[in-house]
Design a protein around this ligand. Structure first.
Ligand code: BMP
Length: 242
């Protein structure tokens, strides 16, 4: 099993949580506030996904500081750069992110393996990191294009030996479809955004077969983020028991 995934599953078991926090702040003036928020909720998180809003507004140096501090506490930092370029550019992006301490990167899969995912896959393997690939997206419009080629996206992506896929909590049938397309007994994991602010109930992606729920606004826009995190945990745990 991928070493990063191993750490994710271990932490998940230890703290009984399936939450990956989508940290998407878009104003550098929120830096101190953001750090305080992370300190507050980090005992309940398996990992933190840094999106473009945070990386671009805070800058990589500040992000690196946060990433290293999360790693000291055994959380897994994931860079959501939605990488989708040709091989050499993909590798450069991934190397910069790994140098900043990230354990994993997220890429698209529609570009295909040859000349795109191949270079990225090589870099990820050389650095002993994890690659997560978008199988399908949570927005409504994804059903028009992306869903129709999910089989091809998965088969091309598998050549890159990913650690797992991103699947939409908003469309449970796509979570199930992706699961069907994966090899039997594969140890790939599924991370699912769309929970909370986008409408899927807390815990529902877990109930539909995802391993982790990626949740952003419901936490960072809440007046009581800790209470919200605890609500999420309760929902996830009830589905896991049920
Ligand atoms: P929120 O819980 O605030 O809706 O955040 C969801 C996060 O997951 C965001 O960082 C978004 O960019 C990401 N995401 C998504 O919502 N749908 C996808 O299909 C893929 C994503 O990465």
């Amino acid at each position: 099993m991928n070493e990063v995934v191993n750490r994710m599953l271990q932490r998940s078991k230890e703290i009984s949580s399936r939450i990956i926090f989508a940290f998407d702040l878009d104003n550098v003036e929120e830096y101190e506030e953001g750090k305080n928020l992370l300190n507050l909720v980090e005992p309940y998180l398996v990992g933190v996904k840094f999106g473009y809003p945070t990386i671009l507004s805070f800058g990589l140096e500040r992000v690196k500081e946060m990433v290293l501090s999360l790693k000291e506490k055994a959380l897994i930092p994931i860079a959501d750069a939605k990488i989708a370029d040709v091989s050499h550019t993909n590798s450069k992006i991934a190397k910069i992110l790994f140098k900043s301490g990230f354990d994993a990167v997220i890429a698209h899969g529609f570009m295909g393996f040859k000349g795109s995912l191949d270079g990225l896959s090589k870099t990820v393997k050389e650095e002993n990191k994890a690659l997560f690939i978008l199988a399908a997206m949570s927005n409504d419009g994804a059903s028009l294009i992306m869903d129709k080629v999910v089989e091809q996206i998965i088969s091309e992506s598998m050549l890159a030996e990913p650690a797992g896929f991103i699947v939409p909590a908003t469309r449970p049938s796509m979570i199930k479809r992706v699961k069907e397309l994966l090899p039997i007994e594969s140890d790939l994991i599924l991370l699912s955004p769309g929970v909370g602010a986008q409408g899927a109930p807390y815990g529902s992606a877990i109930a539909n077969g995802a391993h982790f729920e990626i949740i952003g606004r419901s936490i960072y826009e809440s007046k009581k983020p800790l209470e919200e995190v605890k609500k999420i945990l309760l929902a996830q745990r009830s589905f896991l028991k049920g």
